[in-house]
Write a protein that binds this ligand. Sequence first.
Ligand code: HMG
Ligand code: MG
Length: 309
Amino acid sequence: MGARDVGLPDVVGSASLPSRVTIWEVGARDGLQNESVVVPVAVKLEFLDRLAAAGLSVLEATSFVHPKWVPQLADAAELLAGLSPRPGVVYPVLVPNERGLDRALEAGVTHIAIFASATETFASRNLNRTLDSQFEMFEPTVSRALAAGLDVRGYVSMCFGDPWEGPVARSQVVAVGERLLEMGCSQLSLGDTIGVATPGQVESLLEGFRDVSRLAVHFHDTYGQALSNTLAALRCGVTTVDSSAGGLGGCPYAESATGNLATEDLVWMLDGLGVETGVDLDKLVETSVWMAEQLGRPSPSRVVRALSK
Ligand code: HMG
Ligand code: MG
């Protein structure tokens, strides 16, 4: 069922929206990294395959971080060894440093993402580095990855608020982000790690960057603002949006970080606006209902709940 099937009027006011949005699905990584249980590899593989079958073409699969830091993703090598990649689907992985890159290269990845912090405290808690020294870790990692022909995405976390430092200055986020772009990242994903942003702040941050076409947005839904923030970003020219199936997610090293924007909520809104995603919403909802059963708790996504009654 789509927005039109419930008798809503034709789309109006969508002129400033893109005709197509790429969904960067992070459920298997950002979602599962925050579960208290470690999900078996076989379940993760089925999850990825069902997401691909639902039409998602970018599936962030796992992280090559220190297994003690994120035990939920300690099976990264095994997961990639068991993956049957679908044509037209890419499976990026998070890589923090050269050791992570070595492991990712061994596993045959084609797309990686590094993840920087916009704040001093989160750089220390998430990466065991200072704000400045995080770049010493990223620089050799990115240059080697590019030399090996990989695509490299950059994340910036804590772009709006930080649980320890409070509001984050736009200039600080832009400085970190532009540095990642200059390093050779093909795309920059701006993370509202703790989900505190509101749409005016999103517009203001996006205006701070030189080239909006290289930006993606990554909203967590702690205060229920993720969809409004996404719409604001689309109106500013962003065409890649991160989300997680069923609204799984959070960050183990950020206090008060809850789930990501749910992919189903995003697809419902974009379907209603006539913006293409290539995603089959019914198949996706079935996948999230199945995943919720594996995790033993219902999906927090409003659309999953509405469509699975
Ligand atoms: P460290 O302890 O400073 O590491 O951790 P180190 O470089 O000092 O090395 C210590 C030991 O760890 C060495 O082993 C290394 O080989 C090993 P030893 O010589 O002592 O036997 N090591 C590794 N082993 C396996 N894989 C590796 C690796 N690196 C070092 N990659 C480190 C630094 C970055 C590794 C650590 O802090 C870490 O793993 N952090 C990851 C935290 C994380 O994954 N957080 C969640 C993702 S970020 C997020 O969710 C936000 C996002 O969604 C966007 C948003 O919402 O805003 C992306
Ligand atoms: Mg996140």
